[in-house]
Design a protein around this ligand. Structure first.
Ligand SMILES: [Zn+2]
Ligand SMILES: [Zn+2]
Length: 334
């Protein structure tokens, strides 16, 4: 009666059971960084995974961990496959026992001294494998500017998973978005802090958060310029932290300066914000003669402390975004 079971076990031994993986409605499949510290979940376009990605190496969009293509199954997919395989093997064994018992009972002589019947409980079970479902679509869809691979993430992505390329324009767009989110979340943070720690702490924390938005923006633009500029030569240390010097470097490299994309008044406002950042970083925000001279900002006297408003951050983001798009387009053409 165990003939069926033995035959089945022999067939299962060493057999590869493949569990299909479904893509989401937009045609993306789930992948997950195999690095234990990261486990970043992202998606890749299914045709690109076949045509552009290489077996030898795939990179994590968040931490740039590198591993061969077969190591990027998501934890959920692996768990699903394990469960499906187990259910299938259990089902096959059950079915083999069932048919073995049936055959055994069938073979019993009609009239004998003792009659034996074999009973395996239950009816035959379905042993088909159910494909792993994809998680919900991700919001940020990116196409690598270098290899054209399409992938999507939630939150930030710094590297292309197909070629490892660090996109300065992508990172820059991400950074500006992050500053915007920080600014837009201030009210919620303030309310939460008032309830948990009190009004004073809430005010101090929110003001300092707002001030960090300025330096975040300046640093993001600096890194963006440094990356973009690297094909034209090496810029002097921290040159892109200063508007005038940065603008002059671009003028020399591509024949366009910041005034190609910003009006004079916009440039003046941006300069004031840059000088404010300088004060915050080096003089605890206290206005000195140099600030007044360099910024042309007549609204403060020496010894006062500068104030950063939410409107300031809005302006900073708007102008930096304009400069970024202009530079990107100009460098692509050059
Ligand atoms: Zn990672
Ligand atoms: Zn790429």
């Amino acid at each position: 009666m165990f003939k069926d079971l033995i035959a089945k076990m022999n067939r299962l031994n060493g057999q590869t059971i493949s569990v299909p993986i479904e893509c989401d409605e937009k045609g993306y499949i789930d992948k997950q960084c195999p690095s234990k510290e990261c486990e970043f979940l992202f998606k890749v376009q299914k045709d690109d995974w076949k045509d552009i990605f290489k077996n030898e190496a795939v990179w994590c969009p968040l931490c740039r961990h590198e591993a061969s293509a077969n190591q990027w199954h998501s934890i959920a997919q692996v768990e699903h496959a394990r469960k499906q395989t187990l259910a299938m093997v259990k089902g096959e064994i059950h079915n083999a026992l069932l048919s073995g018992a049936k055959e055994f009972n069938h073979r019993q002589p009609r009239k004998s001294f003792i009659s034996m019947t074999m009973q395996v409980k239950g009816s035959p079970v379905q042993t088909a494998i159910i494909p792993a479902k994809a998680v919900e679509e991700m919001r940020l869809e990116i196409t690598c500017e270098k290899c054209n691979a399409r992938f999507s993430v939630i939150g930030n992505a710094f590297f292309c998973p197909a070629c490892g390329h660090n996109s300065v324009t992508q990172t820059y767009a991400d950074s500006l978005r992050k500053i915007q989110v920080k600014r837009d979340s201030l009210d919620i943070i303030r309310q939460a802090l008032i309830m948990s720690t009190g009004k004073d702490e809430a005010e101090v924390t929110c003001r300092s958060l707002l001030e960090t938005c300025i330096s975040d923006g300046v640093v993001a633009f600096q890194k963006f310029c440094e990356g973009l500029y690297s094909t034209y030569g090496e810029a002097p240390f921290n040159a892109f932290q200063r508007l005038e010097q940065g603008s002059a470097l671009w003028e020399k490299a591509i024949g366009m300066s910041y005034s190609s994309w910003l009006e004079q008044t916009e440039l003046e406002r941006l300069n004031i914000l840059y000088q404010k950042r300088h004060l915050l970083a080096h003089n605890e925000g206290i206005v000195d003669a140099q600030y007044i001279k360099k910024s042309g900002d007549a609204s403060y006297k020496e010894g006062q402390r500068i104030v950063i408003s939410e409107k300031d951050i809005g302006e900073l983001l708007k102008h930096l975004d304009k400069l970024g798009s202009g530079l990107k387009a100009a460098c692509n053409k050059a």
